[in-house]
Design a protein around this ligand. Structure first.
Ligand SMILES: *[C@@H]1O[C@H](CO)[C@@H](O)[C@H](O)[C@H]1NC(C)=O
Ligand SMILES: *[C@@H]1O[C@H](CO)[C@@H](O)[C@H](O)[C@H]1NC(C)=O
Ligand SMILES: *[C@@H]1O[C@H](CO)[C@@H](O)[C@H](O)[C@H]1NC(C)=O
Ligand SMILES: *[C@@H]1O[C@H](CO)[C@@H](O)[C@H](O)[C@H]1NC(C)=O
Length: 487
């Protein structure tokens, strides 16, 4: 066996493309670190090996000159490659590409042999046949792939795809002893080159599978009936000697039409403080703005409150001493509160906090028989702080109210004394509005994670105008191109 030479083999390599002339807007960036690339590489290698089916090699047919015996017509047929294993593999990202160095690849071949010969003295044909096992002991294989964003999809191109065998050993089952040496001498190179060609073909098939997986990634992930997250790839992949990054549009959109776009400059790549995390996903403030704007426009942000913990407050009698005029005009009538946001919530992400400001109008309705009579309207400005966490592959949030101010917008029931109403409103906000909001945002929305992968040990970093999720991933099922994102 020849010495094991480990030389870098490029299995994965990304084309460095010229910098884009005009950068598309991107609000979510995803960075796959060295650890993440190792994980994906191991997965791909394992996946590829487990899906490789025994592969036939075309028949080798030749007349060989064997010493003493003379010309022998030899046929090697039914040559099949099976039992494939990769000893070492290594992924090395770099500014000019991401490479995987692999070596110590082994596989086995089974085949049938047949020979026949006749001599000039005795023109009787002598023939024999049997089987043989070939062991490929030291093989290197490599693929160089180019990545390119085209029409919002990740496109793969095969720059290089090769395989090199250092050594094989042949084990004949039966046959004459001269045959072994004869076959070894005459066919070794041919077998090696046939195997190399076949393995290269197998690699190309695996690349095509990966390519079709990438091509099948959807351009949007449904969040609910109303919204989808636009996960169209934009710009070119980001490459360094530590990671591979890419950018996606990342804004919320109606699941039917395109209505929003935000102007924002391109952000620097994702930064994770813990370099051992596999991936980093950075979400710009604009992602949240687009979500709120969308839901606001979809008119999903208003509530008719007709049940509260202290139900007596939904009857004018309960307001008898707070707003005497109300009781005087509509004695003992039921009421409801019509709360609607007057402006999309404003979110500001900073190093310390996620600040949220909610602007709402609260219309007090009196229910007089079947009539709904609006009697007053209050303007509320609520401010709170948000926190985010990962549940499954969703980014979920929770809001805590810190403060609120209110003012009277209009009234048909005279002046309202704000200092009397304020505590009542605060209770309503805390007991009705906030739990409702938290129930909704607590579900969160799906981060762009390919199906089968789950975030694990995620860490969330807030920085100026962005939220970064740094996480490891685990893999739990086979690639399924019909359902490529999970939430
Ligand atoms: C889009 O919204 C409609 C209703 O507004 C809903 O029926 C449909 O299922 C949604 N589509 C997706 C992909 O969420
Ligand atoms: C999704 O993002 C892409 C890339 O930024 C953009 O071209 C496309 O118009 C967006 N789609 C919608 C529906 O907003
Ligand atoms: C609630 O108030 C909004 C305006 O603030 C109004 O458009 C809507 O019709 C009201 N709904 C009910 C049921 O009163
Ligand atoms: C892929 O996902 C679809 C939809 O969830 C399912 O019907 C199908 O059986 C899955 N295929 C495999 C190979 O898991």
């Amino acid at each position: 066996m020849s010495p094991i030479i480990i030389y870098p083999i490029l299995i994965f390599s990304l084309l460095i493309l010229p910098p884009p002339i005009t950068a598309d807007q991107s609000f979510i960036s995803v960075l796959i670190t060295q650890t993440g690339l190792d994980f994906v590489k191991n997965l791909l290698v394992k996946k590829a090996i487990s899906t490789i089916t025994p592969s036939p090699i075309s028949k080798i047919d030749r007349v060989v000159n064997i010493p003493v015996i003379g010309k022998v017509h030899t046929v090697l047929s039914d040559v099949t490659i099976y039992r494939f294993s990769v000893g070492l593999s290594q992924v090395i990202p770099g500014p000019t590409g991401v490479s995987i160095a692999g070596s110590d690849v082994t596989c086995r071949l089974s085949m049938k042999w047949h020979y026949s010969y006749g001599s000039s003295l005795a023109p009787i044909s002598i023939s024999d046949s049997g089987t043989a096992a070939i062991e490929v002991n030291s093989m290197e294989m490599g693929v160089t792939l180019g990545f390119n964003i085209q029409g919002g999809s990740m496109k793969l191109s095969t720059i290089k795809c090769n395989c090199h065998i250092h050594d094989i050993s042949i084990d004949l089952d039966g046959g004459a002893s001269w045959l072994y040496q004869g076959i070894l001498d005459a066919f070794k190179d041919e077998i090696v080159s046939a195997v190399e060609k076949t393995i290269t073909k197998i690699l190309k098939i695996e690349i095509a599978k990966l390519e079709s997986l990438l091509q099948s990634l959807p351009k949007q992930i449904a969040v609910d009936d109303v919204a989808s997250l636009n996960v169209t790839f934009v710009n070119n992949p980001f490459l360094s000697d530590k990671s591979l990054g890419f950018e996606i549009n990342g804004l919320f959109m109606e699941n039917r039409t395109d209505t929003h776009s935000y102007g924002n400059s391109l952000q620097p790549p994702v930064i994770c403080s813990d370099p051992s995390k596999m991936i980093g996903i950075a979400l710009d403030e604009a992602v949240f703005k687009s979500a709120f704007a969308l839901y606001y426009n979809a008119m999903f942000m208003h509530w008719i409150v007709d049940k509260i913990p202290d139900q007596s407050l939904l009857n004018t009698a309960g307001w008898r001493f707070i707003v005497p005029e109300l009781y005087k005009k509509y004695p003992n009538d039921n009421m409801n509160l019509n709360l609607s946001l007057s402006y999309p919530p404003v979110v500001q992400i900073s190093l310390q906090n996620i600040d949220a400001t909610i602007y709402a109008d609260l219309v007090i309705d009196v229910l007089d028989g079947s009539d709904i009579i609006p009697v007053a309207c209050l303007s509320l400005v609520m401010s709170g702080t948000g926190s985010v966490k990962i549940t499954g592959n969703n980014l979920a949030s929770h809001l805590k109210m810190d403060d609120f101010t209110m003012s009277l917008k209009w009234s048909k029931i005279g002046t309202l004394h704000m200092f009397l109403i304020q505590p009542v409103m605060w209770t309503l906000i805390e007991t009705v509005f906030l739990p409702y909001v938290n129930a909704r945002i607590g579900i969160g929305f799906p981060l762009p994670i390919i199906s089968g992968f789950t975030l694990q040990n995620a860490e969330i970093i807030t920085s100026d105008s962005r939220i970064t999720v740094c996480s490891d991933v685990t893999y739990y099922e086979s690639f399924n191109s019909t359902q490529v994102y999970t939430s």
